[in-house]
Design a protein around this ligand. Structure first.
Ligand code: DQA
Length: 143
C-alpha cells in the first residue's frame, strides 16, 4: 500500500507560523508521527511539500498507478485552486483532505472550499493529529 502525502504553501513554516492557530508542532514532527503509524500499518509513505500550485498539480498528475491513496492539505489553495481540484478528480485516487485548523471557525474566505468535493473525506481542527486520522480513514476505505 502506497500513500502520497501532499502539503501546500506555508506549511513548511509550521512550528513558528501563527502558533496560536496552527500549534507548535513542525511539519517534520507531524510527518514523523505519521511515518511511525504508517510503518505499523505496513504502508509506504511518500511526502511532498510545495508552495507552488503547478508543482502540486504535477505531483498529483503523476500519482495515478503509483499510489493507492492521497492525503492532502492544500493550505490556502483549498480556497482558490480549480487546478488542484481538477488534478485530484483526474487522478481518480481516493484522497482525504486535512486542515490543522477548523476553517469554519475562521474568516469567511476560508469557508469557500474547491478541493473537498473531489475528496472522499475531510478532517479538520485537530492539528497534526488530523494527518493520522486521515491515514486511518483512508486505510479503512482501502482495505
Ligand atoms: C490550513 C487552512 C488554510 O485556510 C490556510 O490557508 C492554511 C492552513 C490548515 O491546515 O488549517 O495555510 O489548510
Amino acid at each position: 500500500m502506497r500513500i502520497l502525502v501532499v502539503n501546500g504553501p506555508n506549511l513548511k513554516l509550521l512550528g513558528t507560523r501563527e502558533p496560536d492557530i496552527y500549534g507548535q508542532e513542525t511539519l517534520d514532527g507531524i510527518l514523523a508521527r505519521l511515518a511511525e503509524r504508517a510503518a505499523k500499518a505496513d504502508v509506504e509513505l511518500k511526502t511532498f511539500q510545495s508552495d507552488i500550485e503547478g508543482e502540486i498539480v504535477s505531483v498529483i498528475g503523476a500519482a495515478r498507478g503509483v499510489y493507492d491513496g492521497i492525503i492532502i492539505n492544500p493550505a490556502a489553495y483549498t480556497h482558490t485552486s480549480v487546478a488542484i481540484r481538477d488534478a485530484i478528480a483526474a487522478a481518480g485516487i481516493p484522497t482525504v483532505e486535512v486542515h490543522l485548523s477548523n476553517v469554519h471557525r475562521r474568516e469567511p474566505f476560508r469557508h469557500t472550499n474547491l478541493t473537498a468535493p473531489v475528496c472522499i473525506g475531510q478532517i479538520m481542527g485537530f492539528g497534526g493529529t488530523g494527518y493520522l486520522l486521515a491515514l486511518d480513514g483512508l486505510l479503512a476505505k482501502l482495505r
